[in-house]
Every structure is written in C-alpha cells, then in structure tokens.
Design a protein around this ligand. Structure first.
Ligand code: IMP
Ligand code: MG
Length: 180
C-alpha cells in the first residue's frame, strides 16, 4: 500500500466487478443507440478507459475537462470548462462518466449544459457516490458503481493535488497529508 494511504476501500478486484456490471447495464440500455461516453477529465479517465471496454455495444468516446476543486479537498461549487467536447451531440445519447459524485454540483451543471445542446438524452454513470450525512447530491446518477464513506479518497483516477491518480485501488488518504 502507498504510505500516504490509510486504508484500501476498493481493491482492484472490487473495481473490476463494479465496472463490469456498469458496462453490462449500459450495453443493455443503449444497444442500437450508439451512445457517446463523455469522460470528465481528469478524474474519470481511468474509470472511462475500463468502462468503455466493458461496454459491448457500439459507442463513441469524447472528453471534457472541468475544474471544480482546485488543489483543495472541498468543492468550491464553481465549475469551469477547461476543455469542451469535440463531438456535436445534437440527437446523441450522451452518458457522462464521472469518478465521484460529492455535492453533485459539477454534474448538475454539465447535465444542463449538454441538454441545452439538444442531446437526445443525457445520463450519468458515476463510479462512486460519497455518502455525506444530511446532504442530498444535486443530481441522481442513472448508473451508480458504489457508495464510498465521507472521507477524502484517492486512486483509480482520483487525486489529491494531482497525485495518486495512478494507484490501481481506491483508498482513504491519511488526513495528515492534506493538513500539512
Ligand atoms: P462535486 O461537484 O462536489 O460532486 O465534486 C465532484 C468532483 O470533486 C469529482 O469529480 C472529483 O474530482 C472531486 N472529488 C470529490 N470528492 C473527492 C475525493 O474524495 N477525492 C478526490 N476527489 C474528489
Ligand atoms: Mg479532482
């Protein structure tokens, strides 16, 4: 285990099971619909790479980069488009792939933006949802990988100050790392 990680909450095997199931659900729902899978960079790049390989029906992939966190650990609520799609989405079935849903502010903003471009449908596939006591996320994902505790987690694409994205598992970051 990485020395900055307190505990592993999803092993590589756990992740594989989750992504295989999500791929099967999407394949069943979007057969013959040629969905466009939109990875929200940077966090979702690892998840999306696995997800599209678990989807067995024709689909295309594009990328969007938004920034809502800076280098901190709390959502700022401010979403900035850093890189827009290259694909014209009018009439397309869009599935947004996201690494983790916390407040849901990032996704709620993106869904509205993409619906405004006359997509045939806009769905959300969240690898994880953070369970925070007493708060309801701004959006409900159509596909949910798993629920994670209200802690700062890293790995499998998730970062702290751009590090730890390359860990093949999901783990809780030791608080002393971000309180330094
Ligand atoms: P939201 O807008 O509050 O839902 O924030 C979602 C975004 O915040 C995710 O796409 C991540 O980039 C980031 N995020 C939220 N929680 C965590 C975490 O525990 N670890 C790493 N990034 C996180
Ligand atoms: Mg991030």
């Amino acid at each position: 285990m990485h020395p900055d990680v307190e505990s592993v909450i999803l092993s590589e095997e756990d992740i594989k099971q989750i992504v295989t199931r999500l791929g099967a659900e999407i394949s069943a729902d979007f057969a013959d619909k040629n969905p466009l899978i939109v990875a929200v960079l940077r966090g979702a790049f690892v998840f999306t790479a696995d997800l599209v390989r678990a989807i067995t029906v024709p689909c295309t992939v594009d990328f969007m980069a938004v920034s809502s966190y800076g280098d901190g650990v709390k959502s700022s609520g401010v979403v900035r488009i850093v890189k827009d799609l290259d694909t014209k989405i009018e009439g397309r079935h869009v599935i947004i792939a996201e690494d983790i849903l916390d407040s849901g502010l990032t996704l709620s903003y993106l869904v509205d933006l993409l619906k405004g471009r006359d997509a045939a449908s806009v769905s959300i596939c969240a690898f994880s949802i953070k369970d925070v006591a007493g708060h309801t996320p701004a959006v409900v994902p159509d596909y949910v990988g798993t629920h994670v505790p209200d802690e700062f987690i890293v790995g499998y694409g998730l970062d702290y100050a751009e590090h730890y994205r390359n860990l093949p598992y999901v783990g809780v970051l030791k608080p002393e790392v971000y309180n330094k």
